[in-house]
Design a protein around this ligand. Sequence first.
Ligand SMILES: NC(=O)c1ccc[n+]([C@@H]2O[C@H](COP(=O)([O-])OP(=O)(O)OC[C@H]3O[C@@H](n4cnc5c(N)ncnc54)[C@H](OP(=O)(O)O)[C@@H]3O)[C@@H](O)[C@H]2O)c1
Length: 208
Amino acid sequence: MGTGEVYETVKTALDAGYRHIDTASFYDNETGVGKAIQDSGVPREDIFLTTKVWNDEQGYEKTLQAFERSLERLGVDYVDLYLIHWPVPNLFKETWKAFEKLYQEGKVKAIGVSNFTISHLSELLVDAEIVPMVNQVEFHPKLFQKELMEYCNENNIQLEAWSPLARGSYLKDPELEEIAGKYGKSTAQIILRWDVQHGIVTIPKSTK
Ligand SMILES: NC(=O)c1ccc[n+]([C@@H]2O[C@H](COP(=O)([O-])OP(=O)(O)OC[C@H]3O[C@@H](n4cnc5c(N)ncnc54)[C@H](OP(=O)(O)O)[C@@H]3O)[C@@H](O)[C@H]2O)c1
């Protein structure tokens, strides 16, 4: 999406009552997101804003610099959640040190990771001072990552579902349609409710 389309989408979402915006340096849309937030008239403290450090921005110093660039593009002075977008081998632990510094300085309200398996999390936890507060992973009824969910629960890491609707790929699934019919809901609503009932934060996207 171009900056104009991102701006219109995010502005419409905020007008409609969305308060959780998930972006990333890699999405190349932080400028449009930031402008929409500024023009929305919604107080900054009412919005939960997440962004992420991209793979080629990882490492201690590079992450600190990447974070400042994200803040500048977003036009805000803090983010609510900063995530390591993917676990880059041999770098993600250094990146995490920078995240801990940003958190301790109060520049981010929460720090977490994305696309981390149990093995990545265990490696990080060996010497992390702060346990990641969130792990954002692909998670939906056709990709039920039960072991990862249990591991995160045990370690007090909030699991967050990306592509919760599997990009709309099985909204016509007969089993889901049957459940949706039973409760008088859409299949998308059934999936999102399934997330909530598993204690999972869900971040569906729509451009309409
Ligand atoms: N951390 C990561 O590596 C990672 C990776 C992928 C995504 N994410 C995050 O997760 C967010 C959501 O993931 P996603 O966009 O990949 O997939 P998604 O939310 O599962 O699906 C989005 C698609 O579903 C459609 N849709 C939305 N609401 C619908 C409804 N009520 N009924 C029918 N269709 C509906 C949308 O269509 P329309 O746009 O036409 O409305 C869009 O095509 C992204 O925006 C991103 O922030 C993170």
